[in-house]
Design a protein around this ligand. Structure first.
Ligand SMILES: [Zn+2]
Length: 313
């Protein structure tokens, strides 16, 4: 008999609650794993008793990564083979040194790395954080969940809800530490740890988003005779408006903040992440990082170019 089943009902109830708090993003529908390992979307309300059955191993659930508002509270990297998994474990250790806590969960062929955020953030922001990590670790082939920036037709990507039994292998996979030991000996203790997972703070998040990408920014010598036109486009190509402006203005991951150019009480300052420009809704202006610098330093175009070439190139 499996020891796992010996939990009393109160302990099980607590486990169910913990699992839902940490992993369940929506209740209006849920993914159910079939015996071949694939999932179907059940368009019925998810209930606590489903989660209970999942823990008991009677059914196996997945969890959708985005909620109905296309927000994510976590991202997951999926390693499908042993070498990739080994690298992912390494990455987890390095991340913790950079204040990015993460959790390693074993799976059929490799494993998942879970990273939790301090709050739900737009799927697009979560993905750009994930992609940035992958770039910094030169790890472009790794699968990142959510796979969608935002939901359009269906509920989007899902991952296996932890602590269930994989229908295909019949095994229950748990969380491990980077040195390969179980995160805790018993499943319920692992669940307890995941009840309040260590999360990426807003501060650590921003730091990752603003750090230079380790692998792609080699200094390029500036030719003496370069025209200011080509120099200005090189400056603009060297960094996004968001990444640059963040160094000087306190803005949220979605690009809003108090305008540094007027006495602002309403977060009038915004960076458009898609179109790569900044603006102030109280008419302080807007544009590229060169426009920003001219305003910031109260200087002309020529000195802005000179300063920025020095800072960025
Ligand atoms: Zn302003």
């Amino acid at each position: 008999m499996q020891k796992e089943v010996l939990l009393n009902s109160i302990e099980l109830e607590n486990c169910v609650r913990s699992l839902t708090n940490t992993f369940i993003q929506r209740w209006d529908l849920y993914p159910l794993q079939l015996n071949d390992g694939s999932y179907v979307c059940i368009k019925k309300t998810l209930t606590m008793s489903h989660i209970l059955s999942h823990l008991k191993g009677e059914i196996t659930l997945g969890c959708y990564v985005l909620n109905e508002q296309s927000e994510a509270r976590f991202i997951v990297f999926d390693a499908d083979d042993q070498p990739t998994w080994d690298r992912l474990i390494q990455m987890s250790t390095t991340l913790s040194q950079r204040d990015i806590p993460s959790y390693l969960e074993t799976s059929r062929r490799g494993g998942h790395l879970w990273i939790f955020f301090w709050k739900s953030i737009p799927g697009k922001t979560a993905r750009s954080f994930g992609k940035r990590l992958l770039k910094q670790f030169d790890f472009s082939t790794l699968e990142l969940f959510p796979k969608q920036n935002e939901l359009k037709t269906g509920p989007g990507s899902l991952v296996r809800l932890p602590f269930g039994i994989h229908r295909k292998t019949g095994e229950r996979y748990g969380f491990i530490t980077p040195d390969g030991k179980a995160l805790a000996n018993k499943t319920e203790d692992q669940i307890n740890i995941l009840t309040n997972p260590c999360m990426v703070t807003e501060r650590a998040f921003r730091k990752i988003m603003h750090d230079p990408l380790s692998f792609d920014q080699k200094p390029v010598p500036i030719p003496i005779q370069e025209s200011s036109e080509s120099l200005s486009s090189r400056i603009k190509d060297s960094i996004t408006v968001y990444d640059f402006v963040c160094r000087y203005v306190d803005i949220s991951p979605t690009g809003r903040g108090l305008c540094p150019f007027h006495d602002d009480q309403h977060e009038s300052f915004a960076v458009n992440l898609d179109e790569n420009y900044w603006c102030c809704f109280a008419e302080c202006g807007g544009g590229s990082i060169i426009d920003f610098w001219m305003k910031w330093k109260s200087c002309d175009f020529k000195s802005a170019i000179r300063d920025l070439a020095h800072i960025l190139l």
